[in-house]
Design a protein around this ligand. Sequence first.
Ligand code: KIV
Ligand code: ZN
Length: 546
Amino acid sequence: MEKSNYVHIFDTTLRDGEQSPGATLTSAEKLEIARTLARLGVDVMEAGFPAASPDDLEGVRRIAVEVGNMAGPSGKPPIICGLARAASSDIDKAWQAVQFAARPRIHTFLATSAIHMKHKLRMDPEEVVDRVREMVSYAKGYCDDVEFSPEDAGRSDPEFLYLVLGEAIKAGATTLNIPDTVGYTTPDEFGSLIAGIMANTPGVEDVIVSVHCHDDLGLATANTLAGLAAGARQAEVTINGIGERAGNTSLEEVVMALQTRRPAYNLETGIDSTQITRVSRMVSNYTGIPVQPNKAIVGANAFAHEAGIHQDGMLKHHETYEIMRPEMVGLQRSSLVLGKHSGRHALKVRLSDMGYELTGEELQEAFERFKDLADKKKTITDADLAALITDQLYQPREVFALEGLQVACGTMGMPTATVRLTGPDGSEYIEAAIGTGPVDATYKAIDNIVQMPNCLLEFTVRAVTEGIDAIGEVTVRLEAENGDVHLRTSPQSGLIQPRTFGGHGADTDIIVASAKAYLSAINKLLVASGLYGEPEPMAEIALNGE
Ligand code: KIV
Ligand code: ZN
């Protein structure tokens, strides 16, 4: 295969990213993220691990049907990939899910490090080689495009890797992915590992070598870049770097490093970087995993130049402290955008500049929310608009909806909340409760109505902009109290874990934002538990004889 300078971006937000503690997504959310990833221009999307549960299989299948046939910026639909352990039943399920995509891929993996072979697989190296040969050719029976990963390659014997990878190529693998599963290697070591594979694996010139790094030592991006410099041409990444434990390499860091340091790497991707901020927000809102303020590229402070001396330098010449323009990742500079007197058309144009194309109905709702906000807040920035729009668009199906909230709190009495909700049948419920503070009282009042026992695992609040009238954004994560709603199997550890549900809410009143966030997580839990509503609508598909 001719060595080009094009790096294929393989996004695994919906698979490895979703393995982050607490990052469970509903299948409607996965579909929405998948559509956005396709617009972002990812070449391959790992849509999930279909053997994890029937829900996971269904989620991947919906993405294959709907996004796997939707042209991305290159004009071609993205490749839709399903993960499978090296077992025929997993591969069958992966194929059942991805076969509807115009460009399907099966990704199978088996560990090759001494520690994994001995303690996890309890297989000797010869058995591992045989299984790889067998399972890659089994997957090939279904699909031309087969990716193989030697799990824990970072700690595997390189000579053994050359042998296993050579056998995988002979059995039909078209992409060889090299994972640093536990984030152990350093950039020098990982770069040398890839260089060794490029030089010593029989048949490697006919396949794409890929890198997949974890961030346990904070080296994932550095290792990925070292692997690309050594000849790999696919990078496996996630949005915001979410993933198992400390996470995976983040898409935004790799893409912007290649773009900003073009002369250093001489590599390019097909990513439209101006979509990055938007996708990052969507993933954070849907997963309930906030982005740390100092996170490279997408953190709230990534483009804030607050220290006085920096500002002075910035005013003289922006390149004094800025290596990338915020516009390159979809952040607009303007601080005062619209005000109380702005009309619907001005809002539409502004939102469209920010990358939000709304239907007539969505625009009407956005306009009402905007007017409401403009009554409370004098200056409305792009950050405010983004919070308002994500709050409107990226919400789960409403089982219970917030109609009213009143709280009394402070040092003079018991914090009390009165909550009014409409339920699934349209009836109205009102409850009051006392708590340790206004949020606790509000959540107790909601619990009294909804009656869905749960454990709140995380609660975060942040201000979208500076100023006392700023919008507050709240994210929460919770799980069912009995913990057995939608159990799913981890592809790597085999552990069966309960699902957790994230929720997000934004409002100038942080108690209202807290109530919205809690309700959005509870609504997901209620839908997942099958207590309310029909399953999410499934697209019309030809089921190929199933
Ligand atoms: O980190 C890892 O090894 C993986 C494999 C399944 C590719 O995620
Ligand atoms: Zn991984």
